[in-house]
Design a protein around this ligand. Structure first.
Ligand code: NDP
Ligand code: 2IT
Length: 449
C-alpha cells in the first residue's frame, strides 16, 4: 500500500471506529476518500497538515430535546440536531431535514457532503446540516408551527447570519422556513434576514430559490449531454423519483427544455403518464393540497399508479433520482441499463448505492454526482444571503442566470479536474478532488485550529 493509500485507509478506519453503527456517514466518507488518492500523492502538504484527519470530524454536533403539544393536547418529544461540520470557507451552511428516519448518522452524512458541495459553488460557504425525527406527514398546520417554534427555541442559540445559516431539505419547505424564521425573530427581537434561506419572496427570500435545486440539476444535465452524442433534452424521455421540491422543479425545467417526463414517485408508489406528467396538477396536489401521489392518478385519468412499485422499472433515456439516499441500488441500475438509460444525475443526496455506481460505470452510463449536480439549491441560498446582506432583491431572471452560470461552471470544473488527475469523464472524482482542494487549501492557510 502506498503512503497516500495508507493515510486514506487510516482515515476511513478512524471513521468506522469512532462512529459505531453510522453506516450512512461511513458510506459518504468512503465515496470521497476513494477519489482522493491521486491528489494526496501529489500534495504531501495535505498529509503533513493533518487535513484528512481533520475533515472527517465535524467541528461541532448539537443534540437537543424538542417537546411540543399535538392537537389532542398530548405532549410529544422529538430529537433535534445541528451538525456544524466545517467553517473553513464561511459560515456553516446547509438545510434542515424533518423526517421520521433522521438520526445523527443521517445528518453527519449530509453535513459531510455539504462541505464539499458548498466548496464547488465557489461561494464563501462552510458546511452543516440539521433536522429532527419529526414526521410532518398528516400533521395540521398548527402542529407543524408549534413543532417548528420549539425546534427554533433551541436552534436559535447556535445560528446567525455570520455563524450558521440553515435552509430547507426533506420535510422543510416554505411553510416551515416561515415558522422557523418567525420564531427566530421573536426570540432575538431582531430582523436578521440572512440567518436562514428559503424565505418567502415577500419577507427577504430570493426569487428562484424554490426552483433552484431542480432547475440547477437540469442545467447540469444539459452540460453533461454535450458529451453524449445523439441525446439531447429535447425529445428525451425522463423519469424522476420523488415528487417533492427537487423532483417537481427538475421535471418542470426538463419539460420546458423539450423532454417528456413520464414518471415520478413518492414513498408509496409511482405514477406513469405516457403523455408527460401534468406538472401544474402535480404541483397543486403535492405543494398546495399536500396529498399523496395516488390523488394525481385519480384526478388526471389516462395514467397508471403503481402502489408499492419501484419507479426505476420505467424505460427512460435520463433518470433523475430526487427522493432520498440509497433509493437506487445495483439491481435498479442494471434494469435502467437494460432499458437503454444513458444518463443518471443525482438530485437527491447520495441516492445511488455504491453498487449502483459500480454498475453505472461498467455499463458506460454518464453519471452526475449529487455534490455537483444538486448544488444549485445551496448556491441560490448563497445568493439569497448576498441579497440579504445588501438589503436588496434581484429579479427572477437575474438569479436564474446566476444559477445557470454556477452550474455550468461546476460541470466545467469537475470535468477539467477529472482530466487533470488522469480520470477523464469521471465526474465523481473530478467533483470530489476539486472540492477537497478548495477546502484543504483554506485549512492549510488558516493553521491547525
Ligand atoms: P421534499 O420533502 O420536498 O420531497 C421529498 C420527496 O422524496 C417526497 O416525494 C417523498 O415522498 C420522497 N421520499 C422521502 N423520503 C423517502 C423515502 N425514505 N423513500 C421514498 N421516498 C421518499 O424534499 P426535497 O425535494 O427538498 O429533497 C429531496 C432530496 O433532494 C433529498 O435527498 C434532499 O437532501 C435533496 N436536496 C434538496 C435540496 C433542496 O433545496 N430542497 C437541495 C439539494 C438536495 P413521501 O412524501 O411519500 O415521503
Ligand atoms: O442538500 C442541500 O444542499 C440542501 N438541502 C440545501 C441547503 C441550503 O442551505 O440551501
Amino acid at each position: 500500500m502506498s503512503d497516500a493509500d495508507a493515510v486514506l485507509h487510516d482515515a476511513l478506519d478512524t471513521v468506522v471506529q469512532r462512529n459505531p453503527g453510522q453506516v450512512l456517514y461511513r458510506q459518504a466518507v468512503h465515496e470521497v476518500l476513494e477519489s482522493l488518492a491521486p491528489v494526496v500523492r501529489q500534495h504531501p502538504e495535505y498529509v503533513e497538515g493533518g487535513i484528512l484527519k481533520r475533515i472527517i470530524e465535524p467541528e461541532r454536533v448539537v443534540s437537543f430535546r424538542v417537546p411540543w403539544v399535538d392537537d389532542n393536547g398530548v405532549v410529544q418529544v422529538q430529537r433535534g440536531f445541528r451538525v456544524q461540520f466545517s467553517s473553513d470557507l464561511g459560515p456553516y451552511k446547509g438545510g434542515l431535514r424533518f423526517h421520521k428516519s433522521v438520526t445523527e448518522d443521517t445528518l453527519k452524512f449530509l453535513g459531510f457532503e455539504q462541505v464539499f458541495k458548498n466548496a464547488l459553488t465557489g461561494l464563501g460557504l462552510g458546511g452543516g446540516k440539521g433536522g429532527s425525527d419529526f414526521d410532518p406527514h398528516g400533521k395540521s398546520n398548527g402542529e407543524v408551527m408549534r413543532f417548528c417554534q420549539s425546534f427554533m427555541a433551541e436552534l436559535a442559540h447556535h445560528i446567525g447570519a455570520d455563524l450558521d445559516v440553515p435552509a430547507g431539505d426533506i420535510g422543510v419547505g416554505g411553510r416551515e422556513i416561515g415558522y422557523l424564521y418567525g420564531q427566530y425573530r421573536k426570540i432575538t427581537g431582531r430582523n436578521e434576514a440572512g440567518v436562514i434561506t428559503g424565505k418567502g419572496v415577500g419577507y427577504g427570500g430570493s426569487w428562484a430559490r424554490t426552483e433552484a435545486t431542480g432547475y440547477g440539476l437540469v442545467y447540469f444535465v444539459r452540460e453533461m449531454l454535450r458529451d453524449c452524442p445523439g441525446l439531447t433534452l429535447e425529445g428525451s424521455r425522463v423519469v424522476v423519483s420523488g415528487s417533492g421540491n427537487v423532483a417537481l422543479y427538475a421535471a418542470k425545467k426538463a419539460s420546458q427544455l423539450g423532454a417528456t417526463v413520464v414518471a415520478c414517485s413518492d414513498s408509496q408508489g409511482y405514477v406513469l403518464d405516457e403523455d408527460g406528467l401534468d406538472l401544474d396538477l402535480l404541483s397543486e396536489i403535492k405543494d398546495v393540497r399536500r396529498e399523496r401521489l395516488s390523488a394525481y392518478a385519480d384526478e388526471r385519468g389516462n395514467c397508471t399508479y403503481f402502489p408499492g412499485k419501484n419507479v426505476w422499472e420505467v424505460e427512460c433515456d435520463i433518470a433523475l433520482p430526487c427522493a432520498t439516499q440509497n433509493e437506487l441500488d445495483g439491481n435498479d441500475a442494471r434494469t435502467l441499463a437494460e432499458n437503454g438509460c444513458r444518463l443518471i444525475a443525482e438530485g437527491a443526496n447520495m441516492p445511488c448505492t455504491e453498487e449502483a455506481i459500480e454498475v453505472i460505470h461498467e455499463k458506460g452510463i454518464l453519471f452526475g454526482p449529487a455534490k455537483a449536480a444538486n448544488a444549485g439549491g445551496v448556491a441560490t441560498s448563497g445568493l439569497e444571503m448576498r441579497q440579504n446582506a445588501g438589503r436588496l432583491q434581484w429579479d427572477f431572471e437575474r438569479v436564474d442566470s446566476e444559477l445557470d452560470r454556477i452550474m455550468t461552471n461546476i460541470h466545467a470544473t469537475a470535468a477539467a479536474t477529472a482530466d487533470e488527475y488522469g480520470v477523464p469523464g469521471d465526474l465523481i472524482a473530478g467533483a470530489n478532488i476539486a472540492a477537497f482542494r478548495r477546502v484543504a487549501d483554506a485549512m492549510l492557510a488558516q493553521g491547525v485550529i
